[in-house]
Ligand binder design. Structure first.
Ligand SMILES: Cc1cc2nc3c(=O)[nH]c(=O)nc-3n(C[C@H](O)[C@H](O)[C@H](O)COP(=O)(O)OP(=O)(O)OC[C@H]3O[C@@H](n4cnc5c(N)ncnc54)[C@H](O)[C@@H]3O)c2cc1C
Length: 416
């Protein structure tokens, strides 16, 4: 271990930050994890819990531009815009939409695949020996369609998945009912992906990982980081909003959708936006799914989690500060109860979170070009739970000076 690899501060205790902290600790580094709210308090708490190796097709498919008007103005579509925010997001939107072509779609798919394909295994290796192992399940993932015609509209995406080698099989309604009797009559056609998995409770899982990190000597501070002071081209640590300077030889920004502000203070302008997402949890439901389901028409995932049925999805463009909107909750509830009119439950819990999204749908992983001891681990958009452990592992390897047999140029922090 080199001298400059002794101490590290990870800003953000979501799945990316906790994974990074654990892998750094395992490489012999003294690590402090700082989060202004606590472990798994951000987006990592409320996601659908899918280790969605097959969800690597970016939102920017070539037909996106034609779909947008209907998606924006039909209240039954899963895309919402807070119009007061529109002027602030317009330049990001242009960059995002410029990727909606076949060439970029295929490239992004390949780059996401490289990070996501072995997610279940990466989670198992991360959790090994931590006590969090039981939260991880390897599983199949059902993509349900109204009928075969609806599926054929997604043909391009399935071709791209099959091109990178993701295994699946197609099921008609009867075969689907055989796979999971609770899905009888729900979809006329489905694709069953075989490479995916899920987590039975993302919040508790990440807390269990963090608790192991503390047991092994790691420190967790509940503080907000305000700045990353730099001297002679290197960060000296972090400054908190309470004026405290905590020194370290490396600083890792893993602050999800809030990372852009810290990066900007270091002179790196990242076009990072948030795609706000929503979940409803039906507590004590009378339905338990055998494996998670993507309801393709509504673009939301359903996952049975220890006594709750969590339904999560929706994209709302509206920034980091506005409170949750009502319409996405109402749409989700309407869609779930239309599909499962027999669903009974004790109560519904609501949640809104912030996906950290870049225009090219790829995260930032690696060192800042001008400040080589500051590292980025953010921007995982819809797939942070899936790709978080490998991101943390890659970062720990890079920071400890290990040679990586991976080409990470697609994720370079300075690429914009
Ligand atoms: C509805 C929905 C469903 C989803 N479903 C899935 C899914 O099934 N599978 C999947 O792989 N992904 C899913 N995602 C995406 C996934 O949840 C995110 O990509 C992932 O959680 C991002 O993790 P993170 O660690 O980067 O950020 P976060 O979990 O948001 O953590 C960032 C942390 O940084 C802290 N922080 C921010 N600024 C500061 C600061 N200045 N100082 C100190 N702390 C700070 C915050 O408090 C927060 O705890 C979903 C997202 C949504 C919204």
């Amino acid at each position: 271990m080199s001298d400059s690899f002794k101490t590290a501060i990870v800003i953000g205790a979501g799945i990316v930050g906790v994974s990074t902290a654990i892998w750094l600790q395992r490489s012999g580094c003294k690590v402090t994890l700082i989060d202004r709210e606590g472990v798994a308090a951000g987006t990592s708490y409320g996601n659908a819990g899918l280790l969605a190796c097959s969800a690597i097709i970016p939102v920017t498919t070539p037909d996106l531009i034609f779909k947008i008007p209907e998606m924006l103005f039909d209240p039954n579509q899963p895309l919402f815009m807070r119009w007061s925010y529109f002027p602030r997001i317009i330049s990001w939107l242009f960059k995002f939409l410029s990727k909606a072509n076949l060439k970029d779609m295929n490239q992004i798919t390949a780059d996401l695949h490289r990070l996501m394909y072995d997610s279940v295994d990466q989670h198992k290796q991360l959790a090994n020996g931590t006590g969090a192992e039981d939260y991880i399940k390897s599983n199949q993932y059902i993509h349900g369609y109204k009928d075969k015609e609806a599926f054929s509209k997604d043909k391009l995406s399935w071709e791209a998945r099959r091109k990178v080698g993701l295994p699946d099989d197609e099921l008609d309604g009867d075969a689907l009912a055989k796979h999971d009797p609770s899905l009888e009559g729900k979809f006329g056609f489905a694709v069953r992906s075989h490479s995916d998995g899920h987590v039975t409770d993302p919040g508790e899982y990440i807390k269990a990982l963090a608790s192991h990190f503390e047991d092994e000597g790691g420190k967790i501070f509940i503080e907000e980081v305000e700045d990353i002071p730099v001297k002679n081209g290197r960060a000296i640590g972090v400054k908190t909003t309470r004026g405290q300077l905590i020194e370290a030889s490396h600083v890792i920004i893993a602050s999800g959708a809030w990372s852009g502000k810290l990066a900007k203070k270091l002179g790196l302008n990242v076009p990072l936006e948030t795609e706000r997402g929503y979940h409803l949890e039906f507590v004590n439901p009378n339905i338990e799914l055998k494996s998670p389901v993507m309801v393709s028409a509504g673009k939301f995932g359903m996952n049975s989690m220890n006594g709750r049925l969590r339904c999560a999805g929706i994209v709302e463009l509206g920034g980091l500060d506005a409170p949750p909107s009502r319409a996405p909750f109402e749409l989700l509830k309407r869609q779930v109860l239309t599909l499962f009119p027999e669903l009974k439950y004790d109560e519904i819990r609501e949640w809104m979170g912030h996906r950290p999204s870049t225009p090219d749908s790829l995260p930032l992983i690696g060192a800042f070009e001008d400040i080589p001891n500051v590292w980025a681990g953010f921007g995982h958009q819809h797939l942070g739970l899936t790709g978080g452990p490998k991101t943390g592992r890659w970062l720990a390897q890079l920071i400890s000076g290990e040679k990586l047999n991976e080409d990470l140029s697609a994720y370079k922090p300075n690429r914009f």
